[in-house]
Design a protein around this ligand. Structure first.
Ligand SMILES: [Fe+2]
Ligand SMILES: [Fe+2]
Length: 265
């Protein structure tokens, strides 16, 4: 920690991340109000949306905490500038869900135990590169989950909120993958011991309950074949993992190890 020496240009890819973040800024209160205006008070999905929005308040807070710590830990001056946009995004996300949950259910429901554990586990990770990878992989799962919520929650207005939040999350995933595989975080990713890299992935998978997401989305969108969402999310996660493995000298060993010990069946 401390001052990071400015050693690369803010132009080019870095500038694109910062500009895109600036363009997608919106008011949490206004967005929540527009979503709430779509609600039918007799919609049987309302209790579910209250629970989802309340859970999202705290998941986004985990994202906020993680982004703040990653920004502080990064030795890269330009990554700190980009990290600042992610911190702002996560604060806006937590806030829009809080507005929505308060109006639908009277208050934000307290955080579920797994979210508390997720927050503690992410912040307790020993290596900054492992935390950064875990955070990016978690955002990948979140963005993929939101893809389906946007389709399944149209009647409740919550779909509109997830659409805006997903836009930011997709940018965060792109930014995390760029930083880990081509940018300032590459050295940290290459220097991680293989067991620490795999432990970071296992941590993420432990808190990403694809079976529950698959069950929920299949209930919301009855045309979907059970298992489809789970397979799709798994496939997208595998693509992110292979991008990470590709920058490591022990790529072949990692691929072999995972083939023998799959973290996602
Ligand atoms: Fe977020
Ligand atoms: Fe994010």
């Amino acid at each position: 920690m401390g001052l990071a020496v400015y050693s690369e240009t803010v132009e080019g890819t870095n500038e694109r991340f910062i500009e895109d973040a600036r363009r997608s800024t919106w008011s949490p209160r206004d967005v929540a109000e527009r979503a709430l205006a779509k609600i039918d008070r007799n919609d049987p999905l309302l209790e579910l949306t209250w629970n989802l929005a309340s859970g999202s308040v705290y998941v986004e807070q985990v994202g906020l905490e993680a982004a703040s710590v990653i920004l502080t830990e990064s030795p890269d001056a330009v990554a700190k500038l980009i990290g600042a946009t992610a911190v702002g995004d996560e604060g806006r996300h937590s806030s829009v869900f809080a507005h929505y949950a308060e109006r639908v259910g009277g208050a934000v429901a307290p955080p579920a135990e797994p979210i508390v554990d997720l927050s503690g586990g992410l912040l307790a990770m020993e290596y900054p590169a492992a935390r950064m990878l875990a955070h990016t992989l978690l955002e990948g799962f979140a963005a993929d989950e939101f893809f389906w919520f946007i389709r399944g929650l149209r009647s409740t207005g919550l779909a509109d909120i997830y659409r805006l939040v997903r836009r930011d999350e997709s940018r965060h995933v792109g930014l995390g993958m760029y930083y880990a595989t081509r940018g300032g975080g590459l050295r940290g990713v290459r220097e991680l011991e293989p067991e620490d890299l795999l432990a970071a992935e296992e941590f993420v998978v432990r808190y990403s309950d694809l079976d529950s997401i698959d069950g929920l989305v299949t209930r919301l969108l009855p045309g979907l074949e059970p298992g489809h969402v789970r397979r799709w999310m798994r496939h997208r996660h595998e693509k992110r993992m292979s991008m990470i493995f590709n920058v490591r000298d022990d790529r072949a060993d990692l691929v072999r190890h995972r083939a023998r010990h799959p973290v996602l069946s």
